[in-house]
Design a protein. Structure first.
Length: 394
């Protein structure tokens, strides 16, 4: 089957700048390369780091890059903004899409996959008669979505990353059958505590061997709950060896230190001094080494997080987890391997209490970590990729 895949128009594929969606694409594209299932063309924004990437040597996966940052592209985007101001998405994304469609119009595809951009379907259907499948990672298609019904009717199938996202889609058609769920997967071997890999030492990060180290990894944004976590640390000032390692940036590899929320967060953490360590953005392949240093992981999402891979990664590393009952998180974490907190008005104090509970109970941490590793076995990248291709080709 000849397949076109339209990416978000923000981050490149391969995922040289990170991004959960882009990493998941790398997984199923690698699976396709290994098993030679389909002839796939990926439409992605260009980035200099992709030029020599080994993924581009595939005989079955092809990459068509749209340069959106050249001087000429910037001029064209501005003209696009002036001449076509009524786009569904931001004009930069609409420009990317139109450039993709120009190329697609001269090609023949048996199937088109949209990665997390439902409204792409409104324009894609004008240039191809091929069935359109939406791979949906966020709550972007429901009964409240602008032109939601029109978008939904344009799609052959919707593959969601969690039952939670699937339930949101089904508000458009409760008895519909086109919506299916394929949970995200990760590289279990890479995150396994038995894997012998190099990485930073505790000492290189200013941490001691007897410190109780918690790790937060992900985008540094308000919805990820990192601010309440830092505030919870203020209730632990009497425990000098409880440390928080914050890994990530406001927007993957594109971020700078000028982000307003990041500045606010660092100011909040200032009085905690060396109890909170910021590493900044780290490439995905470095994450197992950082998780190896931790005693537990904290994923304090304050929004309906669809199916965060940070939870899966911590589970695969054999870590107990403190997280929330939001979105698709309860579909992967349970009371045996995680502390699931409500995000109510007492969230900060409950975070503090949960941290203290794990800090003071090594046997509980050990048992929860063992259960995490067992549960993580259901979410391998191979199983994810296999099921993904099964569902899009039904």
């Amino acid at each position: 089957m000849k397949i076109a895949i339209l990416t978000s128009g923000i981050l490149p594929v391969p995922a040289v700048q990170g991004g959960a969606v882009e990493n998941l694409m790398d997984f199923y594209l690698a699976y396709n390369d290994q098993h030679q299932l389909h002839d796939i063309t990926v439409y992605s924004v260009a980035h200099e780091q992709t030029r020599q990437h080994p993924a581009l040597q595939s005989a079955v996966n092809h990459y068509h890059y749209i340069n959106v940052n050249s001087l000429m592209a910037k001029v064209r985007k501005r003209l696009y903004k002036l001449t076509k101001p009524e786009g569904y998405y931001h004009y930069t994304i609409e420009y990317f899409l139109d450039q993709c469609l120009r190329h697609m119009a001269s090609q023949h595809y048996d199937l088109v996959i949209l990665e997390n951009r439902p409204a792409y379907a409104l324009k894609v259907r004008a240039v191809t008669a091929a069935p359109i499948v939406l791979h949906l990672h966020n709550d972007f298609l429901n009964a409240q979505t602008k032109q939601g019904r029109e978008i939904y009717d344009s799609l052959q199938r919707v593959v969601t990353v969690s039952r939670y996202i699937g339930q949101q889609v089904k508000t458009l058609e409760p008895d519909g059958t086109k919506c299916l769920t394929v949970n995200n997967g990760i590289d279990l071997a890479a995150f396994s505590p038995k894997q012998n890999i190099s990485g930073p030492s505790r000492q290189s990060l200013g941490l001691k061997d007897d410190d109780f180290v918690m790790v937060f990894s992900g985008r540094i944004t308000a919805q990820k709950g990192i601010l309440p976590l830092v505030q919870a640390m203020k209730g632990l000032k009497d425990y000098a060896n409880i440390k928080l390692l914050i890994i990530g940036s406001p927007f993957y590899g594109n971020a700078t230190d000028n982000d307003e929320f990041l500045i606010q967060l660092k100011e909040e953490a200032r009085e905690l001094k060396d109890s909170v360590v910021f590493t900044g953005f780290q490439p995905y392949d470095k994450m197992p080494g950082y998780l190896r240093l931790a005693d537990c992981a904290v994923v304090p999402s304050q929004w309906d997080d669809p199916f965060p891979t940070s939870v899966l990664e911590a589970m695969a590393a054999g870590k107990p987890i403190i997280t929330t009952r939001r979105g698709g998180i309860p579909e992967m974490a349970n009371a045996f391997n995680a502390v699931l907190l409500p995000t109510d008005q007492h969230f900060v104090s409950k975070l503090t209490a949960a941290i203290l509970d794990l800090y003071g109970n090594e046997e509980k941490r050990r048992l929860m970590g063992r259960m995490s590793k067992m549960v993580a076995g259901r979410f391998s990248k191979e199983r994810y990729a296999e099921r993904f291709f099964q569902q899009i080709t039904l």
